[in-house]
Design a protein around this ligand. Structure first.
Ligand code: PTJ
Length: 244
């Protein structure tokens, strides 16, 4: 990382800023992604820059949901690609699920750059949306999807984003698992399960949890999912933030 020593108390946070700015420089991340990252930083600070119990609970349920899914798909935007490319690739491999690039800020060039970047790092399948397949209930660029990806999915894993698509996917009957540091966002409140944590901490934990639950019976997995209340988890996250 530029010139910040590892001993610096804010090293981890500064490293993530470097990853995001490098993403912008290499054409992976939108310039707006810097603002989104700053908002995330503020919430991360409030939750204590650590995975809290409410996030661990959502991760446990998300792992069960993903293992129960018939056709899971991992959605990728410009921030996630810059921060957790290898973890997204590992998740796709583990679930035998395609990755699909889905961007808010329209850019054919960026879609292709992200696709190539992930394939070069070892991804098995990276889809980009086609211009003739659309999601219902949404007007932004996120409406364009791939027939063998988000369009067909029963469960969509969504690292940080804006809330419109999450709402649309739910209306279309799909389950959405999101990672969002802001428990008040529309994405957070509309998701089937919301992991209120930084993607850089949540992804490795989710992968570990999926490995641990891989041999569990469908009944055990269903029990985990049915006991979960996203509303309660978000309420707990908010209470935790208010303690500060
Ligand atoms: O690459 P694109 O064009 O698809 O654009 C991606 C961004 C993220 C720029 C776009 O979706 C956007 O503008 O998102 P928002 O509306 O700013 O929402 C981003 C959400 O992610 C906010 O609630 C942030 O708190 C949260 N967030 C930011 N960084 C992280 C995060 N959540 C988890 N981990 C992070 N590292």
């Amino acid at each position: 990382m530029s010139d910040v020593p590892e001993s610096h108390p804010r090293y981890q946070s500064l490293k993530l800023r470097d990853d995001i700015t490098a993403g912008v420089e290499s054409g992976i991340t939108s310039i707006h992604g810097l603002i989104a990252h700053g908002r995330g930083e503020a919430f991360d600070y409030l939750i204590g820059e650590a995975t809290q119990q409410f996030a661990a609970q959502a991760i446990h349920t998300s792992a069960a949901m993903l293992l129960l899914a018939e056709y899971p798909v991992v959605s990728v935007n410009g921030n996630a690609a810059a921060l957790v490319p290898d973890e997204l690739i590992a998740l796709g491999k583990l679930l035998k699920a395609p990755l699909e690039v889905n961007l808010f800020h329209t850019s054919k060039g960026r879609e292709e750059t992200i696709q190539e970047y992930l394939l070069n790092r070892g991804a098995v399948q990276v889809l980009i949306p086609s211009s003739d397949i659309r999601l219902s209930f949404i007007d932004s660029n996120r409406k364009y999807v791939h027939t063998d990806g988000i369009f067909r999915a029963d469960v969509v894993f969504v690292p940080l984003e804006d809330g419109d698509r999450c709402e649309a996917l739910r209306k279309m009957g799909k389950d959405v698992i999101s990672v969002d540091l802001n428990p008040m966002s529309r994405t957070a409140s509309r998701s089937s399960a919301t992991i209120v944590d930084n993607v850089v901490r949540a992804l490795p934990l989710l992968i570990r949890e999926i490995r641990e639950l891989a041999d569990a019976s469908p009944l055990t997995l269903q029990r985990i999912v049915s006991k979960y209340s996203n509303e309660k988890v978000l309420e707990t996250a908010l209470q935790w933030i208010r303690r500060a």
